[in-house]
Structure formats: C-alpha cells, structure tokens
Design a protein around this ligand. Sequence first.
Ligand SMILES: Cc1cc2nc3c(=O)[nH]c(=O)nc-3n(C[C@H](O)[C@H](O)[C@H](O)COP(=O)(O)O)c2cc1C
Length: 372
Amino acid sequence: MADIFDTYDLSGLLLKNRVVMAPMTRARAPGYLPNAEMVRYYGQRAGAGLIVTEGTPISREGNGFVDCPGIWSDEQVAGWSEVTHRVHDLGGSIFTQIWHVGRMSHVSLQVGEEPPVSSTAQQAAHSSAFGYDQDGQAGFVKASKPRALATAEIDRVIGDFAQAAVNADSAGFDGVEIHGANGYLVEQFINGAVNDRTDRYGGDTVENRTRFALEVVDACIERIGASRVGIRLSPFGRLHDLEAFDGEEETFLHLARELGKRGIAYIHLMEQASRGAPAMPDGFLARFRQAYPGTLILAGGLSKEKANALIEEGVIDLAAFGAPYVANPDLVERFRKDWPTEEPDKDRFYGGDARGYTDYRPYTGQRVAESA
Ligand SMILES: Cc1cc2nc3c(=O)[nH]c(=O)nc-3n(C[C@H](O)[C@H](O)[C@H](O)COP(=O)(O)O)c2cc1C
C-alpha cells in the first residue's frame, strides 16, 4: 500500500517521503532579504520530502507584502543559498515559489508609489495587501487600484519570472513553483471574471486567458528545464476577489492538458475550502487527474489519514500541509509515530520575530497510545 512515508521520484529528484511543506508567507525578511532565522526555520522542517518556500516575489513590482524575501537581486540569491545549503545538508529537497501578486499590492510597496500592475484595471476592492498605512505603520491595507499591463509589457513580466528561475538555480534550489493560484497575477489572467482584456491575453477564449500562464511556464522551462518547473493552481478559486466565470472547469482542464504535454515537475493544487472559500466541485479532482498525467500535489485541509487515502486511491502523488507545518517542524515524525500535533498561533503567522516562527519544538513526549 502506497502512503505518505514512501519515497518518490520527482522527475529525477528522489524525495525521502511524500509529504510536502506547502508554501507559506511568514514575512520575516526585512529589506526583502532571506536571513539566518529563515535558514533555521527551513532547516527545522527539512524532514519533509519536499519544502516549497514561502511566496518569493520576482520583482519589487510583484511584491504585495512587507518583509517578504525576494529573488531578484544577487544579495537575495546569496541569502537563499544559505537556506538551500542547510536543507540539502539535512537530506531535504526544496523548491521556491516564484510570485507576482499583480493587483494584490499597495502603492506604498511600489517604487515611486506607482499603481500595481495586473491583467485588468479593476481593483480587488474587498481584499488587502500588507503594506504601509498613511502613518507609515505596516499592516493590512486595501489593495490599490491597478493599472492593466499593456500587451507590449507582458514579455517583460514573463522575463522577470524566467530570471527568477535562473536566480533560483543559482541559489541552489531544486526547482521553482510558479504561483498560479490564490488570485495573484497569473490567476488574474486565467479568471474570466477578472480578465477583461481585448488582446491575445484576454477575451472569452480559454486559449487567450491561459496564454500568460503557459508562456511563463515555457519561459522557465527554457531557462532551467521542465523537470525543475512546477506550478500551483487553485481551480474554482475565490480568494482575493475572484468570481465564477463561464467555462471555469474547462479552463483548468485545458491547463492540465497543456501542462501535461510539457512534462513539468508537478502541478500543485490548492483546495481553498480550508481557507474559507467554497470547495472544488465533486469529482473535479478525478477529472483533473485524468487530464494531467504528471505528478499531482494537493494541499488544503489534509490529515495524515486523508492524504494516505488519496495516495492509495491514486488521486494524488504527494500531499502538502500548510498550517500544520507552522507549529510542527517534525510533522513527518509525528505522523510516523502517531504523536500529537500542535496548533499554530495564528496571530504570529505574518511578521514578527522568532516567536511563533522558530520556537516550535520537535515532539519529545510519550506516544499518544502510551500516554492515554
Ligand atoms: C501563514 C500562511 C501563509 C501562506 N502563504 C502562502 C503563500 O505564500 N503561497 C501560497 O501559495 N499559499 C500560501 N498559503 C496557503 C498554504 O500553502 C496551504 O495551501 C493552505 O494553508 C492549505 O493547507 P493547510 O490546510 O494544510 O493549511 C499560506 C497559508 C498559511 C497558513
């Protein structure tokens, strides 16, 4: 019986188990620079078969969060190298999630207080970025009204993704995960309710709305190879002011087929029900699986039992855990030994110091069965 403790061949990269640490923004990198505390944090979690780092902006323009570590400068690459060395020394594998937030940003985070860029000029009026308020205090602020990218500019943004992949390679990452989920730039193109463009990146056709995502994927493949490129998608995603649109299922199945042809490392699906949005429709995961022959990762509200059942049924290959990894650095060991898991302190998810970040300890107590 296959389960989360089995090894897995991820396009030639041998993972020691099938547990993935899901990407999680922790916003503890002043100056956008990866630092020693982050080296400690990721090292503590190197027991995962695969770590996907927090969302890592590909440019200042692509950033929507105070103190997120970027991957556009040499200094950032040097900082990330320390992280990848630590994780590799401990026998782990690590991809970085390359991220452009698009309209989910705030003028206070942009160079010259310029508006953020997007597929559209429609504001995500009900969503927040994490920027600076009028008094210069960091905190949640309403996402600013964006400017729609001109067609001629789109190549430049795709180039920023490709450069981020090259930088990730220089920093020693095993690969990159393109952030195509959760209402950020890539999904602002995919989603037919947000994308109101009339050029070849917009309109009613599935091909046009998925063009940006696929061109980003192709540009990264060209620079670092298909086996080192993954993508995260959130089909039927509603986070950050996304709404339903005609042909939604077909859009994601089209992406599944196109990504399958490219032989990328994986698709990582995020089920948003665990983050307060509606679940994917019944049967969709199985239909997606049929359309995509490659490695499939699922995140969102998984338990050990649920993950094992889905792997055993052959619906997914790898199981990703987000919030459980915040408070349980030794999550795989806890699963393996049936030890209890801790609940994270949600007030310390974003920003701050070592508290609620690197001060969660591995389990040292008795087995549940013995202590009961
Ligand atoms: C503190 C926190 C930060 C997150 N940041 C990101 C992120 O940077 N990129 C991303 O794709 N998802 C992010 N997520 C979503 C997680 O990757 C994961 O998909 C989600 O938490 C559902 O999994 P879970 O139920 O195991 O927590 C974040 C989640 C949490 C709790």
